[in-house]
Ligand binder design. Structure first.
Ligand SMILES: [Zn+2]
Length: 332
């Protein structure tokens, strides 16, 4: 019989450098796995690239690693990295062909890696972060749900009729694309994006695909189109903002396991009776998010909200149709 037991580090807040992040096994401090796969670091020259942490400290992509036992490293993380590397080598098509659950696990591992680093730091006696993740019960509940589904990395798991995230795969037009690699994640809203050459993957974790459904019109309009980098930035702003106002946490339930079972089956439930799924859309808050994303083009909030009913868009025209853009011309 296969061991289908899940590990729950949240029960006793077991975030240390001597527990494998994935299975909890006691390890020594030399046993670690990189949060960003070696191939990724090499391909995009990330080793020395700086990364800003939640507590405003700075690390590098190369330095960020998580406690991980040899077994989880060899059996679960390395095959996953290898699969994604192969797929990414074939560009958009390759990544589209990858089972979405694998992409979820890959993104989830990087996201969780940053989170675990934060939680281990907060457990140190003298650290007093401005915002302590570990002291926010609602956030911890969310992370706990997330870790349950992330364990599909180790324990075979079938999600009955859902994917625990929304995935957006986009292609960027080469004409004015100067960034081979880009990375962004937001611990609290669980929004994530990574750009690998011409392909951008944007993901909102733990929304059961609801954000993707909600952005259906945008998806339809941009399907099969190459986006200018500024259009990608706007796309990200829309997804990240949706994650920001997303207001529910899915619950996951494991079906009873029979002795002959070789995997777990998970069902999900979203309580949309007690809570609205989305908080109301607030234009100034969205404009602020868009301004953040558009920083490289120095576009300010006033320009975005010149027509307060229709915020500036590089993606869609007044009829919600895609606006093709080859080159960006500075707006006045
Ligand atoms: Zn392990």
């Amino acid at each position: 019989m296969r061991d289908l037991t899940l590990y729950d580090p949240f029960e006793r807040m077991q975030f240390t450098d001597t527990n494998c992040f994935l299975c909890g096994t006691i390890i020594t401090t030399e046993h670690r796995a990189p949060v960003f796969g070696e191939w990724l670091q090499q391909k995009y020259n990330l080793k020395q690239k700086e990364l800003l942490m939640l507590d405003k400290s700075i690390t590098t992509f190369g330095q960020l690693s998580i406690p991980c036992c040899d077994r989880c490293h060899t059996h679960y993380l390395m095959p996953l990295e290898h699969e994604v590397e192969q797929a990414a080598g074939k560009g958009l098509e390759g990544l589209q062909a990858l089972p979405p659950q694998r992409l979820f696990q890959w993104i989830g591992k990087m996201y969780y890696g940053s989170l675990v680093t934060e939680l281990i730091k907060e457990a140190a006696p003298l650290v007093m972060p401005q915002y302590a993740v570990s002291e926010d019960p609602a956030m911890l509940g969310k992370f706990r749900s997330f870790f349950q589904v992330l364990q599909s990395l180790r324990v075979p798991m079938e999600f009955s009729d859902f994917l625990p995230c929304s995935l957006f795969l986009l292609e960027v037009s080469p004409t004015e694309d100067e960034l081979p690699f880009e990375y962004q994640d937001e611990l609290k809203t669980m929004a994530f994006s990574i750009k690998l050459g011409p392909v951008a993957i944007i993901c909102t974790l733990l929304d059961n695909g609801i954000i993707k459904k909600a952005l259906g019109r945008l998806l339809q309009a941009t399907e099969g189109k190459q986006l200018h980098p500024i259009q990608l930035a706007e796309f990200k702003a829309r997804v990240f903002y949706a994650a920001y106002i997303f207001n529910v946490v899915p619950e996951y339930f494991i079906r009873p396991v029979k002795p002959e079972d070789d995997h777990l089956v998970l069902d999900t439930l979203i309580d949309d009776v007690t809570n609205e799924i989305f908080n109301p859309w607030e234009m100034p808050a969205y404009a602020h998010m868009l301004e953040e994303m558009l920083k490289p083009w120095s576009i300010r909030e006033q320009q975005i909200l010149q027509d307060p009913q229709r915020p500036l868009s590089f993606l869609l025209d007044d009829n919600n149709q895609f606006k093709p853009m080859e080159r960006y011309e500075k707006i006045g």
